[in-house]
Design a protein around this ligand. Structure first.
Ligand code: COA
Length: 387
């Protein structure tokens, strides 16, 4: 039987990092609230020469190779912090990566959920066209504002995935269940740079949708909790995954409970040090699980729970392929995180306030001339210039 799934995956996050213990002290909060209660240790800080396009391009460039570039028919760019109300971020990426003009380029949005929709579209396309592939990029900046309750859950980054037939890492099992419901837990009106959020309502809806989809999933498939080697959750903050899984944990046998708890911790490691990256978060959780879990083997099933406020959720499973371990950029991702430059709270506040949101004025960013990554150079005649 033909398999379709994720052949390659890569992560990128900007090069600056804030220690959340320092942030807690500055904000007169207890550090344990951030590191234990919410489950975040560090967050990526975004300089004004990075945005969803640069992060997406810097993630995708790690997986687009000489061999696969001509198989790519579509670039799907999932984001809720896009840079333009009309033009798709995927077109910039096509140019920056020097991809063929004979591709489809599109941007999709539904809060943190859209990357999953992108993968499902890619799955369906590749199933019909098994010799072609689709590049799916989930890229976002989680920005709540200085001294807001959401501040501790900020972060940024992009996950790029190449969907193809006979994939190296994992196969989709075609068993999705999904749901949508109009909820005012998180949204961002078109004239605002920061989201409006009711974090406690968001947590409640997330848990409710997970439970509801879990029951529906069990009804529609022959799976039970003991069928899975682990879960990847959307992680707006890492405690969220635990809150969801704890609701069903007693369905597993005692040995399985230990395994699921160990693998939940493995899935949280990268997000603890990066923060939320909205659309990409659930796939960073997947990457973290595959990079850190000690007990995974090919043929194992992983459940993936994707949630986007507003709200829409999807639960589905994937099966690990024979060569999955060699396809996972575990060490590369660890190095990317450990080489980030630490900034103080006041440096972070300065960087946070130095973003170039105003298209009416030609202005350069702090991009450096000899960078090896894609950067946003600034505005020219209302256009964003990249190099
Ligand atoms: N030691 C250990 N834990 C502590 C603590 C301490 N000293 N002080 C507080 N805590 C715990 C609380 O008990 C709570 O745990 P619980 O959630 O398991 O009950 C947790 O820390 C958070 O405390 P809380 O008072 O709820 O924090 P808050 O009102 O500041 O809100 C968020 C926290 C995460 C809801 C807030 O940061 C937020 O809204 N973030 C945005 C997230 C979001 O909704 N994104 C939407 C996309 S899905």
């Amino acid at each position: 039987m033909m398999t379709v799934g994720i052949d390659k995956i890569a992560f990128y996050t900007p090069n600056y990092v804030l220690d959340l213990v320092e942030l807690a002290k500055d904000r007169n909060d207890e550090p344990d609230k951030y590191t234990i209660g919410i489950g975040q240790d560090k967050q990526t800080v975004v300089p004004n020469f990075e945005d969803v396009v640069t992060m997406g391009a810097n993630a995708a460039s790690q997986i687009v190779t000489h061999e696969n570039r001509d198989t790519i028919d579509t670039i799907i760019f999932a984001t809720e912090s896009g840079i333009d109300n009309s033009k798709s971020g995927a077109i910039y990426i096509q140019k920056l990566l020097n991809l063929s003009e004979f591709v489809r380029t599109i941007e999709i949005k539904q809060a943190c959920y859209a990357g999953t929709f992108g993968l499902m579209q890619a799955r369906d396309y590749v199933t019909l066209h098994p010799d072609r592939s689709v590049l799916v990029i989930a890229s976002d900046i989680a920005r709540y504002g200085l001294s807001t309750p959401g501040e501790v859950t900020q972060g940024a980054g992009a996950v790029a995935m190449l969907v193809s037939s006979s994939p190296k890492i994992l196969a989709f099992n075609n068993d999705s269940v999904y749901m949508s419901r109009d909820v005012a837990d998180f949204w961002r009106p078109i004239d605002r740079e920061e989201a409006i959020v009711d974090g406690h309502l968001s947590t409640t809806i997330y848990k409710e949708m997970f439970l509801s989809l879990w029951h529906r999933y069990k009804e529609q498939t022959n799976n039970e909790l003991n069928s899975f080697a682990g879960f990847a959750f959307h992680l707006p903050y890492t405690k969220m995954g635990k809150k969801a899984l704890d609701q069903i944990m007693d369905e597993a046998n005692p040995k399985q409970q230990i395994k699921l708890a160990d693998n939940l911790r493995a899935s949280q490691i990268f997000s603890r040090d990066v923060g939320n990256l909205y659309t990409g978060s659930v796939y960073l959780s997947l990457l973290s699980l595959l990079s850190h879990a000690k007990n995974l083997k090919s043929g194992d099933k992983i459940a993936i729970f994707s949630y986007g406020s507003g709200a829409e959720a999807e639960l589905y499973s994937v099966t690990l392929q024979d060569e999955f371990l060699t396809g996972i950029p575990a060490e590369k991702t660890r190095q990317l995180l450990s080489k980030r430059k630490k900034v103080s709270v006041s440096e972070y506040e300065h960087i946070f306030s130095s973003q170039r949101f105003n298209s009416h004025e030609d202005k350069k960013t702090d991009a450096s001339e000899n960078a090896t990554t894609v950067q946003f150079l600034g505005w020219q005649n209302g256009e964003r210039i990249y190099q």
